[in-house]
Design a protein around this ligand. Structure first.
Ligand code: NAD
Length: 391
């Protein structure tokens, strides 16, 4: 049995996504499970080096997670260029989960070093910039990818399966409801649960740039290509408190309402808000209505109602409702164990790099998400429908 090491520079790993999803639940989880087993002859074992700006924060992460995953601290350094240059050993992959506005600089550095490049979304806040860095990486002939984790959520996998099974018949419309209350930090003992830059446009924040990137690859991959959209954004809350304790003015949209018309005529709506209180099955629910059946997906669970099981409501507000509308749905069973979505995509990217297996979640695919966000902003500002051109 060959154990092949794959070196991964993990940059911006002290952040929320970097630590929780990428280090703990993906790379450490892969190490703990004994690597990625390929047939009977090969195991691919990730070897991370953690990079960032704060030495003490990196040291703490390297020790805590390294010892837990493999009994020995991971390597770490604040010298990102040195890590790329091979000063601290050979690392084939460069991964970036730093802030959106830092992405281009780090990707450019990794291109010069000839690394395979994987990074968080969005890759930029403007389409032109997202396409520029995607081309830069493509022209250098480097393997590359963008996080599109939602595709591996059990909820969306089940919807995809139902579509493939023909459960919906002809899909008529899709309704996505996303969001929850993000505390402003202004009230006593109610700290905010998301980083403050998300509410400042000048720091790369905003609901459209954040979530339309996700909606683009979800819609494209599960329902079909987007033809045009109309969107409206809003800054619902104008003052929040930052991590350091000082209030700041919110300059980014914290709610966004969009209709996406697909090439096949399907109407897809997504409401996204950080200023809504949840009274639905999950933080994201997606209802798909087809002429033969409907489904409502949460992040993990999906319920269905076929044409034959559809109750027949009659409008009469003068009497109490006789139908319990939540009763007439059947859960889709978990017929397999669903692994963490980020981890599955990491394993696919590593296999793509090491074994040359097919991969489609490139930086150019990621740029399409930035494009949808930018067109959403345009639609909002100009108050009109806009077409989605080919990139
Ligand atoms: N895939 C998803 O579902 C998802 C969810 C949330 C955020 N994200 C994306 O992940 C990225 C990080 O978001 P987050 O919520 O973890 O934010 P965060 O603020 O918690 O983390 C940002 C990280 O970048 C580092 N950083 C900032 N400026 C830097 C610089 N100049 N040089 C080096 N490092 C720098 C910070 O120290 C921190 O480690 C963003 O691009 C965000 O859009 C993706």
């Amino acid at each position: 049995m060959e154990i092949r090491r794959i070196g991964i520079i993990m940059n911006g790993v002290t952040g929320r996504m970097g630590t929780n999803q990428h280090l703990a639940r993906s790379i450490c989880a892969i190490i703990k499970q004994g690597g990625i087993q390929i047939g009977n002859d090969l195991i691919i074992m990730p070897e991370p080096i953690l990079t960032g700006r704060r030495d003490y924060a990196l040291k703490r992460l390297a020790e805590t997670y390294g010892v837990e995953a493999r009994g020995e601290a991971f390597a770490y350094t604040t010298d990102v260029q040195g890590a790329l240059d091979g000063t601290y050993g050979d690392y084939e992959i460069f991964f970036d989960a730093s802030g959106t506005l830092q992405r281009a600089k780090f990707v450019e550095m990794a291109v010069k070093a000839g690394k395979a490049i994987y990074c968080e979304k969005p890759t930029a806040t403007e389409t032109k910039e997202a396409v520029r860095i995607a081309k830069l990486v493509e022209d250098a002939g480097l393997k590359n990818g963008v996080v599109q984790d939602k595709l591996w959520l059990p909820g969306f996998r089940k919807l995809k399966m139902l579509k493939e099974l023909g459960f919906f018949g002809n899909i008529l419309s899709v309704k996505g409801d996303f969001g929850y209350w993000v505390f402003t930090g202004m009230d006593s003992d109610q700290p905010a649960q998301r980083p403050s830059w998300n509410y400042r446009a000048e720091d790369g924040g905003g609901m459209m740039i954040d979530m339309f990137c996700h909606w683009r690859y979800v819609i494209d991959n599960v329902f079909g290509p987007v033809k045009s959209l109309v969107a409206h954004g809003k800054t619902d809350i104008d003052t929040r408190r930052a991590e350091a304790g000082t209030p700041f003015a919110c300059t980014a949209d914290d709610s966004a309402y969009a209709m996406f018309l697909l090439e096949d005529g399907t109407m897809v709506q997504f409401n996204s808000s950080w200023c809504t209180r949840v009274r639905r099955d999950d933080l994201l629910t997606v209802q798909v209505d087809g002429d033969k059946g409907s489904a409502v997906a949460g992040l993990r669970d999906v319920v269905v109602q076929s044409a034959a099981e559809t109750p027949k409501p009659v409008w009469n507000p003068d009497v109490p409702q006789t139908i319990d509308f939540f009763e007439g749905w059947t859960p889709v069973p978990d017929n397999l164990e669903y692994d963490n979505a980020f981890k599955i995509q990491w394993e696919e990217f590593i296999r793509h790099v090491v074994l040359d297996e097919p991969w489609r979640y490139s930086l150019m695919e990621g740029a399409k998400g930035v494009q949808l966000a930018e067109l959403g902003m345009q639609s909002w500002k100009e108050r009109c429908w806009v077409d989605v051109p080919e990139l």
